[in-house]
Write a protein that binds this ligand. Sequence first.
Ligand SMILES: Cc1cc2nc3c(=O)[nH]c(=O)nc-3n(C[C@H](O)[C@H](O)[C@H](O)COP(=O)(O)O)c2cc1C
Length: 260
Amino acid sequence: MRLHHRNISCISFLSKAPYGHLCAKLQEQVWVKTVPGTGMCTDRSEQKNVTLDQILADRRSYRRFRPEYPPEDAIRRIIHAGLLAPFAAAAVGNSTDYFRRFFVMKKGSQSMTAAAPLVMAEIHRMSENLHEEMKNNPRLRERAMGFAQRLAMIKKQGIVPGFGTAPYYIVVAERKGYPPVELQSLAHCMENMWLKATALELGFQLVSITSEMAHNPEFCNILGITPGEWELMGCAIGYPQEILSPSIRPPVEEVTRWLE
Ligand SMILES: Cc1cc2nc3c(=O)[nH]c(=O)nc-3n(C[C@H](O)[C@H](O)[C@H](O)COP(=O)(O)O)c2cc1C
């Protein structure tokens, strides 16, 4: 039933008249593998695009998880998708050690219990530093007010969203190179993992506070990595409490300029 609904929304999305360019562009992709001389698309290429479009639209930030653990095999498949993401070969090319690492923590595990107070302490530090900076910087005060309030709420509730709120918390570490593009590589990795989790019908939440832990010696010690050598990013994964509807974004034409 759910798949059926998604198929329909995907197809009707493609055929909406005002998005002529989008329609043409997507059709171009769908029809890229044509039967020679006929201009007809192969079923396989069309099916690939329909499936990919569905996964892209279904990818959402899930923030409420059921307590059951997804199978470890699913987590391995998600990690494999992360490994397939691009990496900055020119920046880390000379590294003698592999450039990307994954650390899986289960809710309630020893590692998670040890890491929890370190993450909360980092939230307190960030909040205090931000308040100090905002005092003397009106522009920052304006821009960072929302984030400062979010930190205040996390402190009050004593819960870091995504950290210990899902069955799995996964940290990805990317070796630092030059130029320093590790965070971009991590974003590519996370997106691959996110899409794979979506295809496996699992909920996924970015836990971006993880990047602040890259310089925390105790946190790095739990992972078994040297502080300062890696950038970090994290995510929470589990079965979602409820299924969210597909992403809503503005029409392509509204946000795109085709330059001469
Ligand atoms: C760089 C970046 C950091 C983010 N950090 C978090 C985070 O720490 N926690 C969270 O719940 N969502 C985080 N998000 C998810 C966004 O809030 C989310 O993608 C956005 O609200 C759109 O919703 P959607 O993902 O459901 O389409 C982050 C997204 C990006 C791109």
